[in-house]
Write a protein that binds this ligand. Structure first.
Ligand SMILES: NC(=O)c1ccc[n+]([C@@H]2O[C@H](COP(=O)([O-])OP(=O)(O)OC[C@H]3O[C@@H](n4cnc5c(N)ncnc54)[C@H](OP(=O)(O)O)[C@@H]3O)[C@@H](O)[C@H]2O)c1
Length: 322
Protein backbone atom coordinates (compact mmCIF):
# COMPACT_ATOMS: atom_id res chain seq x y z
CA UNK A 1 0.00 0.00 0.00
CA UNK A 2 1.41 3.48 -0.84
CA UNK A 3 2.32 5.69 2.15
CA UNK A 4 -0.52 8.15 2.78
CA UNK A 5 0.46 11.75 2.14
CA UNK A 6 -0.83 15.11 3.33
CA UNK A 7 -0.85 18.74 2.20
CA UNK A 8 1.54 21.04 3.98
CA UNK A 9 3.34 24.37 3.60
CA UNK A 10 7.11 24.04 3.61
CA UNK A 11 10.15 26.19 2.94
CA UNK A 12 13.50 25.24 1.44
CA UNK A 13 15.39 28.35 2.54
CA UNK A 14 15.17 31.12 5.12
CA UNK A 15 13.72 34.28 3.66
CA UNK A 16 10.61 36.37 3.04
CA UNK A 17 7.02 35.07 2.82
CA UNK A 18 7.70 33.94 -0.77
CA UNK A 19 9.78 30.99 0.51
CA UNK A 20 6.57 29.34 1.77
CA UNK A 21 5.14 26.90 -0.73
CA UNK A 22 2.68 23.97 -0.81
CA UNK A 23 4.06 20.42 -0.73
CA UNK A 24 2.83 16.84 -0.29
CA UNK A 25 4.54 15.05 2.61
CA UNK A 26 4.19 11.61 4.16
CA UNK A 27 1.48 11.58 6.80
CA UNK A 28 3.06 11.07 10.26
CA UNK A 29 2.19 8.17 12.57
CA UNK A 30 1.78 8.45 16.31
CA UNK A 31 4.39 6.83 18.56
CA UNK A 32 3.41 5.46 21.98
CA UNK A 33 1.92 8.29 24.15
CA UNK A 34 1.27 10.42 21.04
CA UNK A 35 -1.89 11.36 19.18
CA UNK A 36 -2.34 11.90 15.45
CA UNK A 37 -4.47 15.01 15.00
CA UNK A 38 -6.22 15.97 11.77
CA UNK A 39 -5.67 19.73 11.71
CA UNK A 40 -8.74 21.86 10.94
CA UNK A 41 -7.09 25.21 11.62
CA UNK A 42 -3.60 26.44 12.45
CA UNK A 43 -2.93 29.72 14.27
CA UNK A 44 -0.28 32.12 12.96
CA UNK A 45 2.16 33.70 15.41
CA UNK A 46 5.07 36.17 15.14
CA UNK A 47 7.45 33.31 15.99
CA UNK A 48 6.35 31.68 12.72
CA UNK A 49 7.54 34.54 10.52
CA UNK A 50 10.61 35.18 12.65
CA UNK A 51 11.59 31.51 12.26
CA UNK A 52 10.76 31.55 8.53
CA UNK A 53 13.26 34.41 8.17
CA UNK A 54 16.02 32.62 10.11
CA UNK A 55 15.38 34.18 13.55
CA UNK A 56 12.83 33.09 16.18
CA UNK A 57 13.21 29.33 16.73
CA UNK A 58 15.40 28.83 13.63
CA UNK A 59 18.27 27.75 15.90
CA UNK A 60 16.05 24.98 17.29
CA UNK A 61 14.52 23.86 13.98
CA UNK A 62 17.82 23.90 12.10
CA UNK A 63 18.22 24.35 8.36
CA UNK A 64 15.13 24.14 6.07
CA UNK A 65 13.25 22.33 4.71
CA UNK A 66 10.76 22.36 7.56
CA UNK A 67 7.07 22.95 8.18
CA UNK A 68 6.25 25.92 10.39
CA UNK A 69 3.44 26.38 12.86
CA UNK A 70 2.61 25.40 16.42
CA UNK A 71 -1.04 26.30 17.04
CA UNK A 72 -3.45 23.52 16.18
CA UNK A 73 -7.14 22.87 16.52
CA UNK A 74 -8.41 19.61 15.09
CA UNK A 75 -9.72 16.13 15.68
CA UNK A 76 -7.86 13.14 17.08
CA UNK A 77 -7.59 10.62 14.25
CA UNK A 78 -5.52 7.93 15.95
CA UNK A 79 -3.89 7.38 19.34
CA UNK A 80 -0.56 5.72 19.99
CA UNK A 81 -0.03 2.90 22.49
CA UNK A 82 -0.75 3.90 26.07
CA UNK A 83 -2.81 7.04 25.43
CA UNK A 84 -5.77 7.20 27.80
CA UNK A 85 -6.54 10.94 27.89
CA UNK A 86 -7.87 11.31 24.31
CA UNK A 87 -9.58 9.02 21.85
CA UNK A 88 -10.29 9.14 18.11
CA UNK A 89 -12.97 11.73 17.37
CA UNK A 90 -12.03 14.07 20.26
CA UNK A 91 -11.82 17.74 19.30
CA UNK A 92 -8.55 19.07 20.73
CA UNK A 93 -6.35 22.15 20.63
CA UNK A 94 -2.76 22.81 21.61
CA UNK A 95 0.69 24.16 20.73
CA UNK A 96 2.65 20.92 20.88
CA UNK A 97 6.40 20.50 20.84
CA UNK A 98 7.28 24.18 21.21
CA UNK A 99 10.06 25.28 20.76
CA UNK A 100 10.84 22.16 18.67
CA UNK A 101 9.02 21.90 15.32
CA UNK A 102 5.36 20.88 15.42
CA UNK A 103 4.62 21.32 11.70
CA UNK A 104 1.13 22.75 12.23
CA UNK A 105 0.87 24.17 8.69
CA UNK A 106 -0.18 20.70 7.54
CA UNK A 107 -3.16 18.35 7.44
CA UNK A 108 -1.83 16.17 10.27
CA UNK A 109 0.45 16.49 13.28
CA UNK A 110 1.60 13.95 15.81
CA UNK A 111 2.50 15.05 19.33
CA UNK A 112 2.42 13.97 22.98
CA UNK A 113 -1.22 13.46 23.97
CA UNK A 114 -0.95 15.55 27.12
CA UNK A 115 0.19 18.65 25.23
CA UNK A 116 -3.39 18.88 23.89
CA UNK A 117 -6.62 19.62 25.73
CA UNK A 118 -10.27 19.41 24.77
CA UNK A 119 -11.10 22.33 22.49
CA UNK A 120 -13.43 24.94 24.06
CA UNK A 121 -16.90 23.59 23.28
CA UNK A 122 -18.23 27.06 22.40
CA UNK A 123 -15.38 27.89 20.00
CA UNK A 124 -15.06 26.77 16.41
CA UNK A 125 -11.75 25.35 15.21
CA UNK A 126 -10.65 28.73 13.81
CA UNK A 127 -11.13 30.41 17.18
CA UNK A 128 -9.57 27.50 19.07
CA UNK A 129 -6.50 27.52 16.80
CA UNK A 130 -6.01 31.20 17.58
CA UNK A 131 -5.67 30.47 21.27
CA UNK A 132 -2.91 28.11 22.39
CA UNK A 133 0.38 29.98 21.94
CA UNK A 134 -1.03 33.45 22.60
CA UNK A 135 -3.21 32.40 25.53
CA UNK A 136 -0.53 30.25 27.17
CA UNK A 137 1.93 33.13 26.82
CA UNK A 138 -0.49 35.54 28.48
CA UNK A 139 -1.41 33.05 31.21
CA UNK A 140 2.11 31.85 31.98
CA UNK A 141 3.42 35.44 32.03
CA UNK A 142 0.67 36.79 34.31
CA UNK A 143 0.07 33.80 36.58
CA UNK A 144 3.17 31.59 36.67
CA UNK A 145 5.77 34.34 36.21
CA UNK A 146 4.34 37.57 37.67
CA UNK A 147 1.98 35.90 40.19
CA UNK A 148 -0.46 38.73 39.53
CA UNK A 149 -2.68 39.45 42.54
CA UNK A 150 -6.15 41.05 42.82
CA UNK A 151 -5.86 44.84 43.06
CA UNK A 152 -2.41 45.00 41.46
CA UNK A 153 -1.83 47.39 38.59
CA UNK A 154 -0.61 45.81 35.38
CA UNK A 155 0.56 47.55 32.20
CA UNK A 156 0.23 45.50 28.99
CA UNK A 157 2.14 46.74 25.96
CA UNK A 158 0.64 45.82 22.55
CA UNK A 159 -2.68 45.12 24.25
CA UNK A 160 -4.45 44.77 20.89
CA UNK A 161 -2.31 41.91 19.55
CA UNK A 162 -2.73 38.16 19.80
CA UNK A 163 -1.16 37.86 23.24
CA UNK A 164 -2.18 41.32 24.47
CA UNK A 165 -5.95 41.07 24.02
CA UNK A 166 -5.98 37.79 25.94
CA UNK A 167 -3.64 39.17 28.62
CA UNK A 168 -6.05 42.09 29.16
CA UNK A 169 -8.91 39.66 29.79
CA UNK A 170 -6.91 37.26 31.99
CA UNK A 171 -5.57 40.15 34.09
CA UNK A 172 -9.10 41.46 34.55
CA UNK A 173 -10.31 37.97 35.46
CA UNK A 174 -7.54 37.83 38.09
CA UNK A 175 -8.83 41.07 39.62
CA UNK A 176 -6.07 43.43 38.49
CA UNK A 177 -6.33 47.04 37.35
CA UNK A 178 -5.44 46.88 33.66
CA UNK A 179 -3.67 49.55 31.62
CA UNK A 180 -2.90 48.86 27.97
CA UNK A 181 -1.00 50.53 25.16
CA UNK A 182 -2.54 50.49 21.69
CA UNK A 183 -3.32 52.86 18.85
CA UNK A 184 -6.48 54.91 19.42
CA UNK A 185 -8.66 53.04 16.91
CA UNK A 186 -8.45 49.92 19.09
CA UNK A 187 -9.27 51.55 22.44
CA UNK A 188 -13.03 51.08 22.41
CA UNK A 189 -12.71 47.38 21.63
CA UNK A 190 -10.13 46.89 24.38
CA UNK A 191 -12.30 48.76 26.88
CA UNK A 192 -15.04 46.26 26.04
CA UNK A 193 -12.59 43.46 26.91
CA UNK A 194 -12.05 44.99 30.34
CA UNK A 195 -9.10 47.39 30.05
CA UNK A 196 -9.45 50.13 32.68
CA UNK A 197 -7.14 52.62 30.98
CA UNK A 198 -5.66 52.83 27.49
CA UNK A 199 -2.73 54.82 26.25
CA UNK A 200 -2.22 55.71 22.60
CA UNK A 201 1.49 54.99 22.36
CA UNK A 202 1.67 56.89 19.06
CA UNK A 203 0.87 60.21 20.75
CA UNK A 204 1.68 59.72 24.45
CA UNK A 205 4.80 58.62 26.33
CA UNK A 206 3.35 55.83 28.44
CA UNK A 207 5.56 56.67 31.43
CA UNK A 208 3.82 60.04 31.63
CA UNK A 209 0.39 58.41 31.84
CA UNK A 210 0.48 55.14 33.79
CA UNK A 211 1.41 56.08 37.35
CA UNK A 212 3.18 53.30 39.26
CA UNK A 213 2.43 49.71 38.25
CA UNK A 214 3.29 46.37 39.84
CA UNK A 215 3.73 44.35 36.66
CA UNK A 216 4.50 45.15 33.02
CA UNK A 217 3.78 42.54 30.36
CA UNK A 218 5.98 43.87 27.59
CA UNK A 219 4.94 42.49 24.21
CA UNK A 220 6.89 45.09 22.24
CA UNK A 221 10.45 44.98 23.55
CA UNK A 222 13.27 47.43 23.06
CA UNK A 223 12.85 47.12 19.28
CA UNK A 224 10.42 50.06 19.44
CA UNK A 225 11.50 53.22 21.23
CA UNK A 226 13.16 51.38 24.15
CA UNK A 227 9.79 50.07 25.41
CA UNK A 228 11.34 47.49 27.81
CA UNK A 229 13.90 49.88 29.26
CA UNK A 230 11.39 52.70 29.66
CA UNK A 231 9.00 50.25 31.34
CA UNK A 232 11.42 49.89 34.27
CA UNK A 233 10.68 53.51 35.21
CA UNK A 234 6.96 52.93 35.83
CA UNK A 235 7.42 50.05 38.29
CA UNK A 236 6.76 50.31 42.02
CA UNK A 237 9.72 49.10 44.12
CA UNK A 238 10.15 45.35 43.56
CA UNK A 239 7.85 45.43 40.51
CA UNK A 240 8.44 43.17 37.52
CA UNK A 241 8.79 43.63 33.75
CA UNK A 242 8.17 40.40 31.85
CA UNK A 243 10.08 40.96 28.59
CA UNK A 244 8.17 38.62 26.30
CA UNK A 245 9.77 39.15 22.85
CA UNK A 246 13.08 37.32 22.82
CA UNK A 247 16.29 39.31 22.68
CA UNK A 248 16.05 41.41 25.86
CA UNK A 249 19.53 42.81 26.45
CA UNK A 250 21.62 41.93 29.53
CA UNK A 251 21.67 45.69 30.12
CA UNK A 252 17.92 45.61 30.84
CA UNK A 253 18.47 43.22 33.75
CA UNK A 254 21.39 45.28 35.11
CA UNK A 255 19.34 48.47 34.94
CA UNK A 256 16.46 46.76 36.71
CA UNK A 257 18.72 45.66 39.54
CA UNK A 258 20.18 49.13 39.93
CA UNK A 259 16.67 50.61 40.04
CA UNK A 260 15.42 48.14 42.69
CA UNK A 261 12.93 46.53 40.33
CA UNK A 262 12.92 43.23 38.44
CA UNK A 263 12.96 42.16 34.81
CA UNK A 264 12.80 38.67 33.39
CA UNK A 265 12.89 37.06 30.00
CA UNK A 266 10.23 34.49 29.18
CA UNK A 267 9.50 31.63 26.79
CA UNK A 268 6.10 29.96 26.54
CA UNK A 269 5.84 26.19 27.12
CA UNK A 270 3.26 23.55 26.09
CA UNK A 271 0.82 23.13 28.99
CA UNK A 272 -2.22 20.86 28.65
CA UNK A 273 -3.67 21.60 32.11
CA UNK A 274 -3.47 25.39 31.51
CA UNK A 275 -5.23 24.88 28.17
CA UNK A 276 -8.06 23.14 30.03
CA UNK A 277 -8.41 26.17 32.33
CA UNK A 278 -8.35 28.53 29.35
CA UNK A 279 -11.04 26.49 27.56
CA UNK A 280 -13.15 26.76 30.69
CA UNK A 281 -12.81 30.58 30.73
CA UNK A 282 -13.84 30.69 27.06
CA UNK A 283 -16.81 28.39 27.63
CA UNK A 284 -17.97 30.44 30.64
CA UNK A 285 -17.89 33.55 28.42
CA UNK A 286 -15.28 35.28 30.61
CA UNK A 287 -12.70 35.48 27.84
CA UNK A 288 -13.21 35.92 24.09
CA UNK A 289 -10.65 35.36 21.38
CA UNK A 290 -10.54 37.81 18.48
CA UNK A 291 -9.80 36.39 15.03
CA UNK A 292 -9.11 39.19 12.57
CA UNK A 293 -9.12 36.90 9.55
CA UNK A 294 -9.04 33.27 8.42
CA UNK A 295 -7.10 32.40 5.26
CA UNK A 296 -6.78 29.04 3.50
CA UNK A 297 -3.56 27.14 4.26
CA UNK A 298 -2.30 27.78 0.73
CA UNK A 299 -2.27 31.53 1.48
CA UNK A 300 0.17 31.19 4.40
CA UNK A 301 2.57 33.63 2.72
CA UNK A 302 -0.12 36.31 2.63
CA UNK A 303 -0.92 35.68 6.30
CA UNK A 304 2.76 36.19 7.13
CA UNK A 305 2.93 39.42 5.09
CA UNK A 306 -0.07 40.78 6.94
CA UNK A 307 1.08 39.65 10.36
CA UNK A 308 4.54 41.06 9.91
CA UNK A 309 3.12 44.54 9.46
CA UNK A 310 2.46 44.38 13.21
CA UNK A 311 -1.07 45.84 13.15
CA UNK A 312 -3.16 42.67 13.62
CA UNK A 313 -6.17 43.01 15.89
CA UNK A 314 -6.15 39.69 17.76
CA UNK A 315 -5.11 36.79 15.55
CA UNK A 316 -4.71 35.48 12.01
CA UNK A 317 -5.59 31.84 11.36
CA UNK A 318 -5.02 29.38 8.51
CA UNK A 319 -7.89 27.04 7.57
CA UNK A 320 -6.34 23.70 6.73
CA UNK A 321 -9.41 21.52 6.25
CA UNK A 322 -12.38 22.94 4.36
N1 LIG B 1 8.67 34.66 24.45
C1 LIG B 1 7.55 34.03 24.12
O1 LIG B 1 7.30 32.92 24.57
C2 LIG B 1 6.57 34.71 23.20
C3 LIG B 1 5.29 34.17 23.04
C4 LIG B 1 4.36 34.85 22.25
C5 LIG B 1 4.72 36.04 21.62
N2 LIG B 1 5.99 36.51 21.76
C6 LIG B 1 6.39 37.77 21.14
O2 LIG B 1 5.59 38.80 21.70
C7 LIG B 1 5.33 39.80 20.72
C8 LIG B 1 3.83 40.02 20.60
O3 LIG B 1 3.22 38.84 20.06
P1 LIG B 1 1.73 38.91 19.49
O4 LIG B 1 1.40 37.58 18.97
O5 LIG B 1 0.82 39.52 20.50
O6 LIG B 1 1.96 39.94 18.26
P2 LIG B 1 0.93 40.57 17.27
O7 LIG B 1 -0.42 39.97 17.45
O8 LIG B 1 1.52 40.53 15.91
O9 LIG B 1 0.87 42.11 17.73
C9 LIG B 1 0.22 43.01 16.92
C10 LIG B 1 -0.23 44.21 17.76
O10 LIG B 1 0.91 44.93 18.24
C11 LIG B 1 0.49 46.27 18.46
N3 LIG B 1 1.68 47.11 18.49
C12 LIG B 1 2.67 47.16 17.56
N4 LIG B 1 3.65 48.03 17.97
C13 LIG B 1 3.25 48.52 19.17
C14 LIG B 1 3.82 49.45 20.11
N5 LIG B 1 5.00 50.03 19.87
N6 LIG B 1 3.15 49.69 21.26
C15 LIG B 1 1.95 49.11 21.49
N7 LIG B 1 1.36 48.24 20.65
C16 LIG B 1 2.00 47.94 19.50
C17 LIG B 1 -0.45 46.54 17.31
O11 LIG B 1 -1.43 47.41 17.76
P3 LIG B 1 -1.62 48.84 17.03
O12 LIG B 1 -2.08 48.53 15.63
O13 LIG B 1 -2.61 49.52 17.89
O14 LIG B 1 -0.26 49.47 17.02
C18 LIG B 1 -1.07 45.16 16.98
O15 LIG B 1 -2.41 45.06 17.40
C19 LIG B 1 6.02 39.31 19.44
O16 LIG B 1 7.31 39.89 19.38
C20 LIG B 1 6.14 37.82 19.65
O17 LIG B 1 7.18 37.22 18.92
C21 LIG B 1 6.93 35.87 22.52
Amino acid sequence: MPTPTMRAISQDAFGGPEVLHPVELPRPEPLPTEVLVRVHSAGVNPVDWKTRAGRGMAGVLGEPPFVLGWDVSGVVEEVGFGVTVHEPGDEVYGMPWFPRAAGAYAEYVTAPARQFAAKPATAGHDQAAALPLAALTAWQALVDTAHLQPGQRVLIHAAAGGVGHLAVQFAKHLGAYVIGTASAAKHEWLRGLGADELIDYTTTRFEEATGDVDVVIDLVGDVHDATSTRSLTVLSPGGLVVAVPSGASPELFQRAETAGVRATSFLVEPDGPALRGIADLIDRGEVAVEVEDVLPLERAAEAHERGERGRTRGKLVLRVTA
